[in-house]
Design a protein around this ligand. Structure first.
Ligand SMILES: [Zn+2]
Length: 453
């Protein structure tokens, strides 16, 4: 089945930064077969999509999220990260598989509608007797139709042992490692066109023991899968690491043997210059979450410094409880603005922001050979944005229109050549039904918390 998108501007985000003011893409099955300037040759047997007035980019890659938080949005509105966590943990431990499924569908729908074709989810709350939460979100991703990297997260350091989460929110480390290995056996697909992969992802230095951090890395490396965690998000975390480990968060991970090119880390707001150099030397990736960092007042990550030394820096929306928007396209603009607040107006360009949302994210996930750019042979994950309306039509540079301008209407979203969004409408589920399901799940969760003695 051949699909031709014709007449659009194209930002390929390939190694040379190739762009076409007017060009075409040809897609055969789940792969791109041609990307070039000018009109497409006659493909009378296939489907032709008129791309006039649109900009084609690679589908966006979301490198960090917590889907379950969709049903706990709008809470702890003025809190720091630690205050916010302490308020939310007791609610999150009332989660079950049914609520997880409803939350994940909503989070995935919001991602698809904002141009995302591949998403990570980092799930680390597994209450006893809650059912199979990982399976629930995997089923949601399959239905919405996004490429999915599920991170089997974990917490084993409860408050009684000096951690931040309540003891009821943590699991036994042996049970965690067994469940993670079982998830790898059951779900992980290493093939180049995989729709589903699993990563190993203990939650953070203040909710996970040193033992579990080390054993998680051993498991990931034995199984040749990727490793993920939160790092250096706030000054409170930095203080925690100095008091408990006598070093910075980055030095702590380095000491555990974590820093390497099979690892990507969420946030990395508070990095010393020598940590930036260590990330570069080891190929460690970063998931920059600019809206979440702004919402929690966490600080501004040194993104321009990391990009300058060649570290992969992708974008993440982060959990919806610290980024109620849950949309990925606006993170490009937010990343641009924050980088400029930190480093001046030349600190980050619109094209660098687009690369962070696409190719850099693919690098974080180790999938730069098959995702992240529009090139022949790559998977057909494509976003086609309308840039001919009020918000964008008079901006001559379509990439600047997309990044500097308001969120552009999404004309088409392809994941492996399959249409997931058409004319701004989600095609794989009813947006209204997904929203109603999320509202019901939120109410049920609140009722459970209110029923507590
Ligand atoms: Zn997070």
């Amino acid at each position: 089945m051949t699909l031709v998108i014709d007449g659009c501007a194209i930002a390929t985000v390939d190694g040379a930064g190739t762009e076409h003011a007017r060009g075409h893409l040809v897609i055969d099955g789940d792969r791109i077969t041609s990307v070039a300037a000018g009109a497409a040759a006659d493909h009378s047997s296939g489907t032709r999509i008129d791309g006039h007035g649109c900009l084609a980019t690679p589908g966006l890659v979301n490198c960090h999220h917590h889907f379950y938080q969709w049903i706990t949005r709008g809470l702890a509105q003025q809190s720091t990260l630690f205050e916010w966590l302490v308020e939310l943990y007791p609610i999150w431990v009332r989660l079950d598989a049914e609520l997880e499924y409803a939350a994940a569908r909503a989070a995935l729908a919001a991602l698809a509608l904002s141009g995302c074709t591949t998403s990570v989810d980092h799930h680390y709350v597994f209450p006893r007797g809650a059912g199979d939460l990982l399976d629930a979100e995997i089923e949601a991703a399959r239905q919405i139709g996004l490429r999915f990297h599920a991170c089997r997260g974990s917490m084993d350091l409860g408050r009684s042992r000096g951690g931040l989460p309540p003891d009821e929110a943590v699991e036994d480390p042996d049970a965690i490692l067994a469940a993670t290995a079982a998830a790898l056996d059951r779900y992980h697909d290493a093939s180049s066109n995989a729709m589903l992969r699993i990563a190993v992802a203990p939650c953070s230095p203040f909710s996970v023991s040193e033992h579990l951090m080390r054993e998680s890395a051993v498991l990931a490396r034995t199984r040749r899968v990727r490793l993920h965690t939160h790092l250096a998000e706030t000054v409170e975390e930095e203080r925690f690491c100095h008091e408990r480990f006598g070093c910075t968060p980055a030095e702590y991970l380095d000491r555990l043997g974590w820093l390497a090119d099979d690892v990507w880390l969420a946030h990395c707001v508070h990095l010393e210059p020598d940590a930036v150099a260590r990330f570069a030397a080891t190929g460690t990736g970063v998931a920059h979450c600019p809206s979440s960092n702004s919402r929690l007042g966490a600080g501004i990550a040194p993104v321009a410094d990391l990009l300058a030394v060649g570290s992969p820096v992708g974008l993440g929306v982060d959990g919806a409880a610290s980024n109620e928007s849950g949309q990925l396209l606006p993170e490009l603009r937010q990343a641009l603005l924050l980088a400029r607040l930190r480093g001046g107006p030349a600190a980050l360009t619109a094209r660098q922001a687009l690369a962070m949302g696409t190719m850099e994210g693919a690098r974080c996930l180790g999938r730069h050979d098959e995702l992240g750019s529009l090139e022949p042979g790559k998977l057909a994950d494509v976003a086609l944005w309308r840039v001919d309306g009020l918000g964008h039509a008079d901006v001559a540079d379509p990439v600047a229109a997309l990044v500097f301008g308001p969120p552009a209407p999404l004309e088409l979203l392809l994941v492996g050549g399959r249409q997931v969004v058409g004319s701004g409408t989600l095609l794989t589920a009813s947006e209204q039904e997904v929203a109603r399901g999320a509202r019901r799940a939120h109410r049920r969760l609140v009722e459970r918390v209110e029923a507590l003695p």
